[in-house]
Every structure is written in C-alpha cells, then in structure tokens.
Design a protein around this ligand. Structure first.
Ligand code: DCP
Ligand code: MG
Length: 372
C-alpha cells in the first residue's frame, strides 16, 4: 500500500519513520541534543527545532553514519549548520560547541532551573538575569513578594495548545520542595506498580475502566520522569469523564495517595478540549511504603477519543508534532482529543490504535519505534 511505501528512514515526517530508543548513531544524537537544548534555553526556538528535526532524522537511520555525504541525504540534515557540526563529529568524535556548552556555568544553571516543574526556558532566563544561580536562590526569589508576579510557564510544546496548561504559581514552591524526589527517575517496575494501585482504586468508584500506561514507558524507556496513564470507560460520556476525573482525584487525595494536585483541566477550564472529551489531572503521587513522591498524570477520555489520546500521550513530542503536521497535509486535524476533517469539521472515530494510523494514511508504527 502507499502507506507502507511511505515508511522509510528518509521520510519527511517522524511519524513515517521507525525511531528506536537507542540508535546506531546514539552518541552523535546525544551530542546534538545538547546543542538543541542550549538553543531552547536561549529561547532560540527556530534553531532548536532545526536541531530537533535533524536529531529525529538521525534516530531513524539504521546504520552508523560514516561520512558527511551519507549524512547529507537524511531529511533535515543537509543544512549548513547541522552538517558542519556532524562533519566535525565524524572527524574527531566530538562537537567542540557541545563540549564548551557542557563546561559552561550558564547551561548547567539553566538546566537545573528548567528541571523544576513549572519553570520553562523563559522563566529560567529571567531567574538567571536576576542573579539566581542555585535552587536556594530561586526559593528566596519566590519568597520575596516583589517577585511574586513572575509568570510561570510549563516547559511545553507550544504547538500543542490542548496540553498547554498554566501552572499556578504556588506550585513552584511545591516543585522546589519536592525537587530531590521528583528528579529521581522512575523504573519500569515502579511505573507498573503505581498503575496497578491507581487502577485498583479506580475500580472501587467505577468498575470496568480501561487504561493504557502511555508516555516514555510505552516507548520502552527504562526509566521515566513521570507516569502517564490514559483511562476510559466504555459507557462514559463527556460529563461522566469530567466527573470521574474530579471524583477520583478527590478519593486519591483523601487516601493520601495523591499529595498534591498540580492542575485539573477539563472542568471549567477554557483550555480543555472543545467538546470536553478529555479531562486531565496532573498530580503528585506518593507510593505507600516507598514514601517517594512521583509525578502522575491521569488522562480521562471518552471511548471515541481514547485511542487518539493513547497515541497522543505515547509521544514522543517530535513524533506527535509530525503526526499533526502529517494530518494537516491530508486536510485532517489530529490531536489527543480526536481526528477531524478540516473541510467540514466532521469527526472521524478511531476504534483502535492501528485505526488511528490508518485514518491518517500512515503505516502502523510500534510504540517502541516512536522515539523520534
Ligand atoms: N505530550 C506532549 N506535550 C505535552 C505533554 C505531553 O506532546 N505538553 C506528549 C508527548 C509525550 C507524552 O505526551 O511523549 C508524555 O509526555 P511526558 O512529558 O510525560 O514525556 P515522556 O513520557 O515522553 O517522557 P518522561 O515522562 O520520561 O520525561
Ligand atoms: Mg511521561
């Protein structure tokens, strides 16, 4: 089929390529990722995206790159800047700019600030400009009432309005206080343990729910920064979904399993999906016994958009970004809350994950191959 033919390492969109977790050019990819991150932290989005595209393209390349000529053939790599650094890497095994960025103070500080939930590159820059250099400085900064109005952003994919959630300012303090716990990565076994416990509790208030653990876990990452669970119930309408999300987070809070509720959307929030088909709770979960705090995102979806939500929340961010762009090229609109035809806004329902790909005219790509 034409969809199968489109599956190639040099295809235009990341959602048409197989991108393993670890690729034959992993070291190159990691050195380029430092350049990409540095551009983001410098608020140079255009350059960051350009690196992100080159990185995604290299991740899908099935052989170790031997020459610049070989690299040039890859989508988004042929550009002067990217090709120049790749050439340097192929010659010396290193990118000098990457090395100097990693050795610099500013990168280290901005990386640390932006690792706090609620602090994105913009806020990190402001903090740096106000002479903050350590997290202690940041804590002091936020305690000063003169600084209280500083806007907090989530380090987020700006194209994805649906997921853009303003983080209430007070949460910066929560994030800072829990920083030591939240920076510890979550092994797969613990992700599964938390999901089991969460679904066990959910069964008590609403039997028969279905769920998928999404995010990096589903792409095969051995350790995750948070836990993303997409949930539905065969008989739930939009109202019930919102209700469930609210009720359930209340129950988890009362039981002490959820210690903090960072954001709850889909209630009366304008940022909720148009038809209100998705409700989200971004929480901090404390696994009894371990005493450790973990970020847990619960995404409740009506059955009709469950599979688009699963695909959306499985990521990666680049895979998703290109899913949206690819859909657009076919006059469709894709996001976690569904697929619609751009011409008449009619809704197309996917009844399985494979269905999502089929509707978008894409070859099915296994979750572990979506690490673009
Ligand atoms: N996602 C997105 N934009 C957001 C939030 C999520 O596109 N603002 C999508 C892409 C992500 C997936 O949802 O892959 C899960 O988001 P996470 O931020 O949890 O990222 P991962 O799960 O991929 O990695 P980790 O949680 O280990 O950092
Ligand atoms: Mg995640």
């Amino acid at each position: 089929t034409s969809a199968q033919a489109a599956l190639s390492p040099s295809a235009k969109y990341a959602c048409q390529r197989q991108s393993p977790l670890v690729c034959p050019n992993q070291d190159l990819v990691e050195q380029l990722a430092v350049l990409k991150r540095a551009r983001e932290l410098d608020l140079n989005w255009e350059s960051a995206l350009s690196y992100a595209r080159a990185i995604a393209s290299i991740k899908a390349y099935p052989r170790k790159i031997q020459s610049a000529k070989e690299a040039r053939k890859l989508a988004y790599v042929g550009d002067k800047t990217e090709l120049k650094v790749i050439r340097e890497y192929l010659k010396s095994g290193q990118i000098s700019e990457t090395k100097s960025i990693l050795e610099g103070e500013k990168y280290r500080v901005l990386m640390e600030f932006s690792s706090i939930y609620g602090i994105g590159p913009m806020t990190a820059q402001v903090l740096y400009a106000r002479r903050c250099r350590t997290l202690e400085d940041v804590k002091r900064f936020y305690k000063d009432p003169d600084n209280a109005a500083l806007e907090i952003e989530e380090d987020d994919d700006d194209e994805d309005e649906e997921k853009n959630v303003r983080v209430p300012e007070r949460w910066i303090e929560v994030s800072l206080a829990l920083k030591d716990d939240l920076s510890i990565k979550i092994p797969r076994r613990e992700v599964e343990q938390v999901a089991r416990m969460v679904m066990h509790e959910l069964e008590e208030i609403q039997p028969g729910c279905l769920h998928t653990i999404a995010g990096g876990y589903r792409r095969g990452k051995r350790e995750s920064n948070d836990i993303d669970i997409v949930i539905t119930h065969p008989a739930a309408d939009a109202n019930r979904v919102r209700e469930l999300c609210q009720e359930f987070t209340d129950v988890l809070s009362k039981k002490g399993l959820v210690t903090h509720l960072m954001t709850l959307t889909g209630q009366h929030s304008p940022s909720s999906s148009p038809a209100g088909v998705i409700a989200k709770a971004f929480t901090i979960f404390s696994l009894p016994g371990s005493g450790r705090s973990r970020r847990l995102d619960l995404i409740f979806a009506v059955p009709d958009v469950y599979w688009t939500a699963v695909v959306g929340w499985t990521g990666s961010t680049m895979f998703q970004r290109d899913l949206r762009l690819h859909a657009k090229s076919k006059d469709l609109k894709f996001d976690s809350s569904g697929i619609t035809r751009r011409t008449d806004e009619s809704v197309i329902i996917a009844h399985s994950e494979k269905d999502v790909f089929e509707i978008l005219g894409l070859p099915y790509i296994h979750p572990t191959m979506r690490n673009a």
